[in-house]
Design a protein around this ligand. Structure first.
Ligand code: SAM
Length: 254
C-alpha cells in the first residue's frame, strides 16, 4: 500500500495547496466535450482528498469517487457538502462494479503509477475497459519517464506554515531503473514555535512511463489511446520537461 494514511492524509491538502485543481477540472471538462459526451456521471479512481471531484461537481458532474486510503476518503468526505459526489473505498487493482458502466472514468495525479507492475496496470486498464460505455473515455495522468530521469532531485526540502506550526518535508528520491520506479522517502517534521513536536517517515513508490510503453499497456488492457498532452493543456509537445502527462483513451472496439 502507498502511504497516504494518518498524518500524511491530514497534511495532503496543505502540501498541494498551490495545485490548480480548478484549471485541471476545466481541462477534463473540455476533453469530455471534445469526445461529444454531454452529461455524465464520472467514476474517479484514486480520488485522494476529493479535490478534482469537488471542482468537477461545480461544472455539473456527479461522481463516484474512490480510493483505498480510508484516511484520504475521510478528508474528502469532510469537504463534501453537496449531493452529487459519493466517496467510496475501492482498490483500483481489484474493482468490479458489476454491470454499471460510465461514459467517463478518470485516474489523476499520477495515481496509476502506484500499482507499479505491468500486470497490475493491465488489470486496472482491463477493469476500466469493462466499465466504460461505448464512446466513453478514460482520462488519466502519469509520470513521464524522460522528465523524471533527467530532472529528479535526489534530495529536496519544502516548508509550509499552518497556524503556529511549521511543517518541513524532506524528500529523498532513488530510481529503480529496471522496474521504472521512483522511490521517495519522506521525512515530515512538525515544529511548534521552533520545537519539533512530531516526525513522520514514509516511503512512496511510483512508476514512470514512456509514451510508447503506455500505448502498449493501454492496448493490452483493451483501451485505445486517443491523445497525450503535456499536463492539463492542449500542448502535444511532450519532452524531457513534461513531468506529468495526461492521456485520453477509449474502449477498443472488438
Ligand atoms: C498523488 S495521490 C492523488 C489523489 C488525487 N487523485 C489528487 O489528484 O489529489 C495518489 C492517491 O492514489 C491512491 N492510491 C494508490 N494506490 C491505490 C490503489 N491501488 N487503489 C486505490 N487508490 C490508490 C492513494 O491512496 C492516494 O490517495
Amino acid at each position: 500500500m502507498s502511504s497516504y494514511i494518518g498524518k500524511h492524509a491530514e497534511l495532503y491538502d496543505l502540501f498541494y495547496s498551490s495545485k490548480d485543481y480548478q484549471k485541471e477540472a476545466l481541462f477534463i471538462h473540455q476533453c469530455i466535450q471534445k469526445a461529444g459526451i454531454q452529461s455524465a456521471e464520472i467514476l474517479e479512481l484514486a480520488c485522494g482528498t476529493g479535490n478534482h471531484a469537488l471542482q468537477l461537481e461545480k461544472l455539473g458532474y456527479s461522481l463516484l469517487s474512490t480510493d483505498y486510503s480510508a484516511d484520504m476518503l475521510k478528508v474528502a468526505q469532510s469537504k463534501n457538502t453537496g449531493k452529487n459526489i459519493r466517496f467510496q473505498w475501492m482498490d483500483i487493482t481489484d474493482f468490479n462494479l458489476g454491470s454499471k458502466k460510465y461514459k467517463v472514468i478518470v485516474c489523476l495525479f499520477d495515481s496509476i503509477g502506484y500499482v507499479q507492475s505491468n500486470e497490475n496496470i493491465i488489470k486496472v486498464f482491463s477493469s476500466v475497459a469493462a466499465h466504460l460505455e461505448e464512446g466513453g473515455i478514460f482520462i488519466f495522468e502519469f509520470w513521464n519517464g524522460g522528465a523524471f530521469m533527467r530532472n529528479y532531485e535526489a534530495s529536496r526540502v519544502r516548508k509550509w506554515n499552518r497556524g503556529e506550526e511549521e511543517i518541513v518535508r524532506l524528500s529523498e528520491t532513488e530510481i529503480d531503473y529496471v522496474h521504472q520506479l521512483g522511490k521517495v522517502n519522506y521525512t515530515i517534521s512538525t515544529f511548534d514555535k521552533g520545537k519539533e513536536i512530531s516526525v513522520l517517515q514514509e516511503q512512496q513508490i511510483n512508476r514512470f512511463f514512456f509514451i510508447q510503453e503506455m500505448k502498449n499497456l493501454l492496448n493490452s488492457g483493451g483501451l485505445t489511446p486517443l491523445q497525450f498532452t503535456n499536463g492539463y493543456e492542449e500542448d502535444f509537445n511532450i519532452d524531457f520537461n513534461s513531468w506529468h502527462t495526461v492521456g485520453v483513451a477509449k474502449k477498443t472496439r472488438k
